[in-house]
Design a protein around this ligand. Sequence first.
Ligand SMILES: [Zn+2]
Length: 357
Amino acid sequence: MAPVTDGSTALPAAGPAVVAYAKGDLRIEEAPLAAPGPDEAVVEVAYGGICGSDLHYWLHGAAGESILKAPLVLGHEISGRVVRPAADGTGPAAGTAVAVHPATPGPGAARYPADRPNLSPGCTYLGSAARFPHTDGAFSRYVNLPARMLRALPENLDLRTAALIEPASVAWHAVARAGDVAGKTALVIGSGPIGALAVAVLKRAGAARIVAVDMHAKPLEIAAAVGADEVLAAGDADAIAAVEADVVIESSGNHHGLASAIRGAARGGTVVMVGLLPTGPQPVLISLAITRELDLKGSFRFNDEIDDVIAALADGTLHIEPVITHEYPVAEALEAFGVARNSAESGKVLLSFASDR
Ligand SMILES: [Zn+2]
């Protein structure tokens, strides 16, 4: 379809879009594109990465405590091009390649650090059922997005790699939570896309030794390709304990992984927990964390780190391409979700939305 650049031109149809209806009920639908608000640009989506949360809505009808109460357009890891800029004149011009910051900080009055809007109460996120009405995501060929969410991309950055900017920002935030990692020994528990991206960010930040852990061979291959110096099987408890890492990034999201993270940390070390454990009480190896005086830190989404990621990709200091293992046209989204679910076989699985693919 020809780009829509003129306010007098009819809007394109939004579809095909990937919509989660309920547990096990994922549909690919054609949908009309609503008239954009004055602060919204129309973006032609090029690629969308399938995230763990997208998988959870499909497999369980919920992601953590965010439960589907109505059909939800999935997707928040997006790259694309502006086809119609926002009418109020804000944001990138037509034709600009963009990445998307999916968060809208909440207006809530509850106390939180002013420089950490990711912690603001009532924060919404594209493709999330955390609030009702739900916040539709961007897995559709065309989508209206607030111009303030858009980040212009340098021309030397391809849109395929750009689909990794959102999860790479999550990884960047997690590594930043650990403080200065230069010259340090780092351990990454769980080498799925977030773990592998954390390896890449640690490498760029100058970590002296990076050890990646996973249950499966494929994620460890990817971790090695983006900068891990050593890889270990998740079951090799003795070898993990022997790492004595200054910094541990826990990205497996289960309590066994968190136990490994604590065992693998050196005395006085820092464990950053970015993998989201299930809600409710979790068994944790807490006595060891106490006697080793570990700093246990949570990590949730990100803020302006997205700009650091874009700059590091543009100047060639951040290498993340090996994290992408599969690409499917949106018409084959169901198959793509099936592959993304299999962490033994896939890293990041992309959907492509361009009409000529
Ligand atoms: Zn994601």
